[in-house]
Design a binder for this molecule. Structure first.
Ligand SMILES: [Zn+2]
Length: 179
């Protein structure tokens, strides 16, 4: 069954945030919309989220994504080695919450991650799209470095997901990460 909401033309459910993304040098908004294609052009920032979380993301998936990521704008490998360190951010409790939803074969996960230095500021909202079996498909963040798609906030929620995998394989309660 196809819900009528899925038939809306591209961009009609874009968040206020996405509508304001730059459209030239580079065209960040176009790239943003491209990433939403596999989740039927739902914008994670306006999507009704639930508590459906992937438990299949391993540290291997995370490292694979961060190390092999190629810039969508230049095609060059980004090799954002610093983002690999973001597990420290996760361990230090920067990830305040995560919510998710399964859309066909893909999980959409939106996190709330505290600012690196300024703990009193509004948290950042990275999102990731993860294939059901754990492969990380794409990511975004509303921080200044978010268009790199591999910022430390994105990395922090990826590590949180890898931790969720670890917890579930250990059979521990995973609810502590969902609120
Ligand atoms: Zn970020």
């Amino acid at each position: 069954m196809i819900a009528s909401a899925n038939l809306c033309s591209v961009g009609t459910r874009l968040s206020e945030y996405a509508r304001k993304l730059p459209q030239e040098n580079p065209n960040v908004r176009k790239r943003y919309i491209q990433k939403l294609k596999i989740i039927k052009f739902n914008d994670p920032y306006t999507l009704q989220l639930q508590t459906e979380m992937p438990t299949t993301v391993t540290t291997g998936h995370v490292v694979d994504y961060l190390l092999n990521f190629k810039s969508p704008y230049t095609g060059d490998p980004v090799k954002n080695l610093r983002s690999l360190d973001a597990y420290r951010k996760f361990e230090a409790g920067f990830v305040q919450s995560m919510k998710g939803r399964l859309i066909e074969n893909f999980y959409v996960v939106v996190g709330k991650v505290a600012h690196s230095m300024r703990l009193n500021e509004k948290p950042l909202n990275p999102w990731v799209i993860v294939q059901r079996e754990g492969t990380i498909i794409s990511a975004h963040c509303d921080c200044a470095a978010g268009i790199s798609e591999t910022c430390s906030h994105v990395s922090a929620i990826l590590y949180a997901l890898a931790n969720l995998h670890q917890l579930t394989t250990d059979g521990k309660n995973v609810k502590i990460y969902l609120n």
